[in-house]
Design a binder for this molecule. Sequence first.
Ligand code: SF4
Ligand code: SF4
Length: 178
Amino acid sequence: MLKNYRKFLNDLDKKLDKYFKSQSENICCKSGCSGCCEVGDYPFTQLEMMYLMTGYKSLPVHHQAQIRNNLMQIKSNRVSTHLYYKCPFLIDNKCSVYENRGITCRTFGLAYLTKNKVVKIPECVHDGLCYSKVFKNSEITVEPIKEDLSLLEITNGKLAKKYKLDFGMSRSLIDWFP
Ligand code: SF4
Ligand code: SF4
């Protein structure tokens, strides 16, 4: 299954790369910018988690220890299952498992149109980052990507079917850890 998932990610990344290029005037993502990994609930399906953990297992032991420590801190401070948190895999403002990051992580930064005709705009627009130059009256004045890039749509889309992927259930990242 992971072999097919890698092929799927390869195709997905190519498509997203084109989207990012087409929106480059309004994208502010760069190494060390980590706002989208600092506050969120990070939905991950079972298959994405399996892949994420293969990345974790190849990390140096001190990074693994730091991630385990981050997980414990989040778990002990979290009083509600709905609370947002900083991703435990974020180390020194960088994703420690970048190659193995989730699908939602790969779409951070893009504004897109959902199936219900809602324009999803990155949260960092409020921090003067992605799309902030074209953000007026709670809307953007440029065309968003015309594809629903939500996790549910991507994991049930054509590409997932092409590779016969079963993503399993989705949970907030932290809830995959006991
Ligand atoms: S989506 Fe926003 S916060 Fe995240 S890396 Fe891009 S610019 Fe930074
Ligand atoms: S897995 Fe990486 S990219 Fe995704 S939220 Fe965590 S730190 Fe950010």
